[in-house]
Design a binder for this molecule. Structure first.
Ligand SMILES: *Cc1c(COP(=O)(O)O)cnc(C)c1O
Length: 346
């Protein structure tokens, strides 16, 4: 019997040259984001005050199949990609399962998570447009760490709104961001109108990703040459994260395998969406129809399993466009031990 090694690596020149846009293979497009003032679909130009133009375009583009990855982004990817696909022999044995289990390991970079894949792209496109400052929210600190790391070498300047309970519970995370030059503010804060309003209603609030998003968006649109960057949920983020799935597909091809089940954890859905992208395309186009897709989420923030599929705001302060999604309600605040990591919507 041929033994498959534990860790399977592609070579550097097998890092994808293009992102894959799964929406191009969907027979029915997702419902558009709505401008909450007039309840009409948001136009690309209406997103320009929030996102830089290249990212606003990616957000709206449901038809381009492959988007070329600029060479400068690929150069950064080479620091930590391709990531290994690991055969989980020990877990197979412990479970006594005849199944072959593989996992794609995205933790082997200095920021520690898959967030870096999109952070590199978002900082690059912003800098290319000459944006001077980015704002963002972070919960547990993964997105903040990834973007701080990229901004330290790429620019632009960075303001991080960090969920307050997480800021207090995980003090070293903010120190890592500060070492990389990110300015970190606990959220909700008195630095934004929406933060003041949330604090006036509940001075003791531990914060949530939903509050921090409101503050970061307000801070971006109310300062010159600033834009907001989000680490999950959005079409543009799923586009960048497709490199996880594309690399997995290539590795599986080399093994002569095709997955029966693809499982991913889902907070905002970006690593899951990126991992399943090429396999879901195969299913949609009829090339391989056998695979099943399983999303796993925390019971304490059960948007996919107990949420309602409806238009809702993406934040607590209701400053964002509305998106149709599984939502627990824009006002949902998870318990403090989860507020650091998860938003209410997916
Ligand atoms: C980003 C993040 C998530 C959500 O990840 P998705 O892949 O977008 O679902 C969950 N937990 C932590 C700690 C994160 O940083």
């Amino acid at each position: 019997m041929k033994t498959i090694p534990h860790r399977l690596y592609l070579s550097e020149d097998q890092i994808p040259t293009h992102y894959f846009n799964l929406r191009s293979a969907m027979p029915e497009q997702p419902d558009p984001m709505l401008n909450p003032g007039i309840l009409q679909p948001v136009k690309e130009e209406e997103l320009y005050p929030i996102f830089c133009e290249a990212l606003a375009h990616q957000e709206m583009d449901g038809s381009t199949e492959f988007v070329e990855i600029p060479e400068e982004i690929r150069e950064v990817y080479k620091m930590y990609r391709p990531s290994p696909l690991v055969r989980a022999y020990h877990l197979e044995r412990a479970l006594g399962t005849p199944a072959k289990l593989y996992y794609k390991f995205e933790g082997n970079n200095t920021s520690g998570s898959h967030k870096l894949n999109s952070a590199v792209a978002q900082a690059y496109y912003a800098r290319t447009q000459g944006i001077a400052r980015l704002t963002m929210e972070t919960g547990a600190g993964q997105w903040g760490t990834a973007l701080s790391e990229v901004c330290s070498s790429f620019g632009p300047g960075l303001d991080v709104f960090m969920v307050k309970c997480s800021y207090e519970q995980k003090p070293f995370r903010k120190d890592v961001m500060r070492v990389f030059g990110g300015r970190v503010t606990p959220s909700p804060s008195m630095t934004t109108e929406v933060g003041k309003k949330i604090l006036a209603m509940d001075p003791e609030t531990t914060g949530s990703l939903g509050c921090a998003i409101s503050e970061a968006v307000e801070s971006a649109v109310s300062h010159p040459n600033s834009r907001y960057v989000l680490g999950s949920v959005l079409n543009q983020v799923l586009l960048h994260q497709s490199i996880i799935g594309l690399e997995s597909e290539t590795t599986m091809e080399q093994l002569g395998e095709y997955p029966d089940i693809v499982v991913g954890c889902a907070g905002g859905g970006s690593n899951l969406g990126g991992l399943i992208a090429p396999f879901m395309r195969d299913k949609l186009t009829g090339k391989h129809t056998g695979a099943r897709f399983v999303a796993v989420e925390p019971a304490s923030c059960p948007s996919l399993t107990r949420g309602r599929y409806a238009y809702d705001f993406c934040d607590t302060g209701k400053v964002t466009p509305m998106a149709r999604m599984y939502t627990l309600g824009a006002g949902f605040i998870p318990s403090a031990n989860h507020a650091g990591a998860f938003a209410a919507t997916a």
